[in-house]
Design a protein around this ligand. Structure first.
Ligand SMILES: Nc1ncnc2c1ncn2[C@@H]1O[C@H](COP(=O)(O)OP(=O)(O)OP(=O)(O)O)[C@@H](O)[C@H]1O
Length: 295
């Protein structure tokens, strides 16, 4: 892994009915990392901790080499663009243009031409009051605003929430171009399988406040497979198969077995004298279902 954009150690946040962590996580620079997890698993809480908007009960967060703590965070925040999951209601009475002119004063690298180009591509009317914008338009406005100062790091909490399919494709294209511009990093929470497939280099799974690991996407999707196996009627100790995650009868002497280590599992099956008839890669949501069941 290259240099870290985000380095989290022993992070804990305790709530009345929920504990996030302890989390240890290193997110590489120059890549897109998707944080994937079910509703309520702690993704937004983690983003708020990364932005210094909430205080952890233990542990530390470093963003772009700076420790997130009570100090003046303006300097490091000017290198970050953040789109929270929920728009801020208090801003409903402000027009998009007013908010943009306010944001502009915070960022030395604010690029008005780029901002206008993003608004144009997203078809956003920034003259509207924020509270009068549709959910999707507000999202597109927030994305444009978060990117207008060419941040090194983009933190996007479910960025496509509320976007129609055309706006979604525009967003994917804009984010791809953003990544082409040099040493850029995106950390995004997403439930959309296609979005993660198209954008992410790494996937970090979080379930019930626990980080289950960060994986290189292609290696992950290669490793998790359903194997259709003809055991020829002989007994097989499936649970000792490398990466075993479950099995089912598939008719006759055939079984469907799920592994998170397909290469090793195939070698193991071969040594058992069992024939792999066919194989199928798991989708991201199927992997998440298995991981959820194992927590
Ligand atoms: N301000 C708060 N006070 C108390 N509990 C909170 C607060 N914010 C979130 N929680 C709890 O923390 C847990 C994690 O919530 P969080 O919003 O971080 O999850 P999430 O993974 O982003 O969920 P989703 O996918 O639904 O957006 C939930 O149980 C939630 O109820």
């Amino acid at each position: 892994m290259t240099e870290a954009a985000v380095a989290i150690e022993g992070l804990i946040q305790r709530r009345a009915h929920f504990q996030l962590g302890p989390i240890g996580l290193t997110i590489p620079k120059g890549c897109v990392t998707a944080i994937v997890g079910p509703n309520g698993s702690g993704k937004s809480s983690l983003f708020r901790l990364m932005m210094g908007l909430a205080k952890p009960d233990a542990g530390s967060v470093r963003m772009l080499g700076e420790t997130v703590d009570e100090r003046d965070l303006v300097a490091y925040k000017s290198r970050i663009g953040y789109v929270p999951e929920q728009a801020i209601d208090l801003e409903d009475r402000l027009s998009g243009e007013w908010k943009a002119s306010f944001s502009r004063s915070w960022y030395p690298d604010w690029d008005v031409n780029y901002y206008r180009e993003l608004l144009r591509r997203f078809e956003v009317d920034s003259g509207l009051k924020l509270g009068k914008m549709s959910k999707g338009m507000r999202r597109k406005f927030d994305l444009s605003l978060a990117m207008a100062h060419h941040p090194e790091l983009l933190l996007l909490d479910e960025p496509s929430s509320g976007l129609d399919p055309i706006a979604w494709k525009t967003m994917i294209d804009i984010l791809h171009r953003y990544m082409e511009e040099g040493d850029r990093t995106i950390v995004m929470a997403s439930h959309i399988v296609d979005e993660v497939r198209r954008l992410a280099d790494y996937i970090a799974f979080i379930v019930q406040g626990k980080m289950l690991g960060i994986y290189e996407k292609d290696a992950l999707l290669d490793a998790w497979q359903s194997l259709y196996v003809d055991a020829g009627g002989q007994p097989i100790q499936w649970k000792t198969m490398p990466g075993f995650r479950g099995y089912d009868l598939a008719g006759g002497t055939a079984y469907k077995v799920v592994t998170d280590n397909a290469a090793e599992a195939e070698r193991w099956l071969d040594a058992q004298g069992a024939a792999v008839i066919s194989k199928q890669k798991l989708e991201l949501d199927e992997i998440l279902t298995h991981l959820k069941g194992s927590v």
